[in-house]
Write a protein that binds this ligand. Structure first.
Ligand code: URA
Length: 313
């Protein structure tokens, strides 16, 4: 027999099981029922649901005094006006769930459910994406702090499949505003360089960056930002399958080739990038257009680099 089914001592008024739960909940069960000192407590453990609800709640001082006569029913009226509406739970009066005071500790299972799922690393998330899905993932990416200051993530732009993949460093102010790569002065120079070797941005190349969001004030990307973002570039390479990669500037070259060699030592020769799929893609390193705008005398070297990239086709 459940303790809830136990008959009250003969001296106490008769109450039904729900009223008993309610009395226990507000700490008045013993006062109300005033059992004889010798009355034995049943040794049967109460059902888990009931015992969790009946966890000790310190009664307000007024409740430790002798109780006023109890209304026979309507336990809901005991809930305070400020009490949150509680979800209905089968077999338990709403007033128990509506009680004031500290909320009941949720069961461990419910805690696990409510916890945020751990973020899926970018590399895992992009593994099976197509180019369109990848672009959506980049636009929605929150894998590093750069997402907080961006206007637009810049996925890239161009032909797919593509002959050349052109890889810069990161979006600047104009790119962040417009959501397209190399649209500022550097972009105009890049277009001129490409057309000098018969390549067009729309038809032959896909232009992107190692980092898809603008670092504040165009500062250098941090290692954790590079680590968070590089899987996007790797997936772009796998999907676009470029015949050639032209990588612009020291930062992009070092990141893509996994080296800290100087740009001077990296240009002038063909590197091979091994993809996860086992392919080898020729890589040519050249100066960043922004550097060429500051140091126009280096354009002759950049011209040599473009010819090298074209020759190996
Ligand atoms: N510089 C870059 O490296 N990339 C851009 O998209 C624009 C400027």
């Amino acid at each position: 027999m459940s303790p809830l089914d136990a008959a009250p001592p003969s001296s106490a008024p008769r109450i039904n099981p729900l009223q008993r739960i309610w009395l226990r909940e507000i700490g008045m069960e013993r006062l109300w029922l005033r059992p004889a000192p010798a009355a034995p407590r049943p040794a049967v453990a109460p059902p888990a649901e009931v015992s969790r609800q009946a966890a000790p709640v310190p009664p307000p001082a007024a409740m430790t005094e002798a109780p006023a006569p109890m209304p026979p029913a309507a336990p809901q009226a005991a809930a305070g006006p400020a009490a949150e509406p509680a979800p209905a739970r089968p077999g338990v009066p709403a007033s128990i769930l509506n009680r004031s005071g500290p909320p009941p500790r949720p069961a461990p299972k419910a805690e696990a459910k409510a916890a945020e799922p751990p973020p899926i690393p970018v590399a895992e998330a992009v593994k099976n994406s197509n180019l369109e899905q990848l672009a959506e993932q980049v636009v929605a990416c929150t894998a590093c702090g750069l997402c907080q200051g961006r206007r637009h993530a810049v996925f890239g732009q161009g032909a797919s499949p593509t002959r050349w993949l052109v890889v810069g460093e990161a979006p600047g102010e104009q790119e962040d505003r417009q959501g397209q790569p190399f649209v500022g002065r550097s972009g105009q120079l890049l277009d001129a360089m490409l057309s000098a070797v018969g390549m067009s941005r729309e038809r032959d190349v896909f232009i992107t960056n190692v980092i898809k969001c603008r670092p504040p004030g165009n500062r250098n990307p941090k290692p954790e930002e590079i680590a968070a973002c590089s899987p996007y570039l790797m997936r772009q390479i796998a999907l676009l399958k470029p015949e050639r990669i032209l990588v612009l500037g020291r930062f992009a070259a070092q990141t893509l080739l996994g080296t800290d060699a100087t740009i001077g030592s990296l240009r002038g020769r063909i590197h091979q990038l091994k993809t996860d799929e086992g392919a080898e893609i020729p890589v040519v390193v050249s100066y960043h257009p922004a550097y060429l705008l500051r140091s126009p005398s280096e354009k002759a070297r950049a011209w040599q680099d473009l010819k090298l990239a074209s020759r190996t086709l």
